[in-house]
Design a protein around this ligand. Structure first.
Ligand code: 856
Length: 294
């Protein structure tokens, strides 16, 4: 009997060694957190208790400061930076900090250096904000000490912040995910983007019309995992605070970040399977596209 136990442990150790040897070839590790997802759970605030901590505008030079939303439970989380649009402050997109942090992410919702900054500048500021939360996570006096996994970072933003999100994804291929929301940019060719990208769009957007912005941006990408969801009949504000689509867009945004920042395939059905079809095949959604499976 003792010999048999030894053999079992020996086999387990051998299997472990084999997996570690395969290393770079084996499937990447999942950082799954939280309960198995359901559609209704993804349509509302998640199970993580959260707090906020302020990054003062005067404590940084590379972006305009921001609010960090973080889960209080111990552990390391993927981090997401969120930029508002032209002339706007972080107060227009705080929904995303609240919603995503409650599902298990550290989220910094930023102000930009000036509210008139263009997309390329917003891209640099998103990256700078991620650098800042990584740095705070290495600072023992910070409320987010040890909470950020520096290898799992993502970006999102509204309008010119969405245009900046695309630029940040192009410039930083090690990012795990991007969500441009009603993206505005004079550049339409995003074929160099390899980061998994979910474009959220508003059908009746008169500021970043989908026909000249979100749709060509989406179509230009071919080197990444991508998805497109367009809210029927709604305007440029459909993706921000008070946009009226918290349940549907929250569900898609959470699933995208979980799948690609946490590498959690429990969320794949919400991006490619029956729960996805149930999300997008309603009158709330005018257009949906993807290059599933993922
Ligand atoms: C909401 C982007 C010529 O471009 C524009 O007029 C324009 C206007 C607004 C935005 C934007 O980012 O809106 C965000 O505050 C482009």
């Amino acid at each position: 009997m003792p010999l048999q136990l030894t053999n079992r442990y020996g086999l387990a150790a051998l299997a472990c060694a084999a997996l570690m040897t395969l290393g770079g070839h084996a499937q990447a590790q999942s950082y799954q957190k939280g309960p198995d997802p359901t559609a209704s759970a993804l349509e509302k605030a998640g199970p993580f208790a959260t707090r906020t901590t302020d990054v003062s505008r005067y404590s940084v030079t590379t972006f305009g400061g921001g609010t960090v939303y973080y889960p209080t439970a111990a552990g390391q989380y993927g981090a997401i930076a969120v930029s508002p649009g032209y002339t706007a402050s972080k107060s227009t997109v705080t929904f995303w900090g609240e919603r995503l942090s409650s599902h298990g992410f550290v989220v910094i919702v930023i102000d930009t250096l000036t509210t008139l900054d263009q997309p390329a500048s917003r891209a640099r500021q998103l990256k700078a904000a991620l650098d800042k939360v990584v740095s705070l996570s290495k600072t023992s006096s910070s409320p987010i000490y040890n909470k950020v996994d520096p290898s799992r970072l993502a970006v999102m933003g509204h309008s010119m912040g969405g245009g900046g999100t695309l630029q940040a994804a192009k410039d930083n291929p090690s990012l795990k995910a991007a969500i441009p929301m009603a993206p505005w940019n004079t550049v339409t060719n995003w074929s160099a983007v390899t980061v998994p990208t979910l474009i959220m769009a508003c059908q009746a957007d008169a500021i970043a019309p989908v026909a000249s912005h979100a749709v060509p941006f989406y179509n230009s990408m071919s080197a990444n995992k991508k998805s497109y969801i367009e809210m029927a009949g709604d305007d440029h504000l459909c993706v921000m605070n008070g946009g009226g689509h918290d349940a549907t867009l929250g569900k898609m945004g959470i699933a995208w970040m979980k799948r690609f920042v946490d590498n959690d395939t429990r969320y794949s059905p919400f991006l490619c399977g029956a729960p996805y079809q149930a999300t997008v095949n309603t009158s709330e959604v005018s257009v949906k596209r993807n290059n599933c499976p993922y």
